[in-house]
Design a protein around this ligand. Structure first.
Ligand code: ADP
Ligand code: MG
Ligand code: MG
Length: 193
């Protein structure tokens, strides 16, 4: 998020209020030191929950509660697991996406982060069904999210601040869809290491 801070600010300046990169960078900078303080034996669900509560208290705006909900629901989907396979990746991404939809009421094509999450869920699910590893499922999800973010460009926003612009929101990439693509890209890269 810190690497892409300026780009996300620029995207949000075009169809929003220009704070998305700042908000996301602040949130994940707050997460990093807390990860070091997690007790030994913490589970993936514990990590996801820590990210959720940190994002909810530091990001603000529309994206803070939406991403916070996504990580909280993903944590619930991973409960009790000590490691995550491809099916687990698909399940936690799906729970995260469903949390965002329940909270923000956006449908596919409304030009929001859902337009990156939904293709990511589908790609992770397909990968799991083909017998992929967790890292391969995350790679497929990240690539699908990146394509989903690009595909928001021609859309007219129907949710969030960009919807105030109506037709003028077309021709710009949705900042939240792009930050989702970067989150999943980071997850995929981490899983390959
Ligand atoms: P704000 O608009 O409050 O400044 P941010 O700039 O941090 O918040 O986040 C904007 C992003 O939030 C948008 O690009 C969009 O992807 C996402 N978003 C806004 N409203 C919704 C919603 N109802 N459902 C899903 N995503 C949304
Ligand atoms: Mg904003
Ligand atoms: Mg704002």
């Amino acid at each position: 998020m810190s690497e892409h801070r300026i780009e996300l600010i620029t995207l949000d300046r075009e169809i929003g209020d220009g704070d998305h990169g700042e908000n996301m960078d602040r949130g994940f900078q707050a997460v990093l030191p807390k990860l070091d303080d997690l007790p030994a034996g913490s589970t993936p669900a514990d990590v996801l929950k820590l990210v959720a509560t940190t994002l909810i208290s530091t990001v603000g705006g529309a994206a803070g509660p939406l991403y916070g909900t996504a990580y909280l629901k993903a944590s619930g989907a991973a409960a009790g697991e000590t490691s995550i396979d491809a099916g687990g990746v698909a399940a936690l991404l799906e729970a995260g996406r469903d949390g965002i939809v329940a909270r923000g009421k956006a449908e596919l094509g409304d030009k929001t982060m859902v337009d990156a999450w939904t293709p990511a869920v589908d790609a992770a699910r397909d990968a799991a069904e083909r017998g992929a590893t967790a890292a391969e499922a995350l790679r497929a999800a990240a690539d699908a999210a990146a394509a989903g973010a690009v595909a928001t460009e021609p859309l007219v926003a129907r949710k969030g601040r960009a919807s105030y612009l109506g037709e003028r929101s077309a021709g710009h990439r949705d900042p939240g869809a792009q930050s989702t693509a970067y989150l999943l890209e980071a997850a995929a890269a981490a899983a390959t290491n």
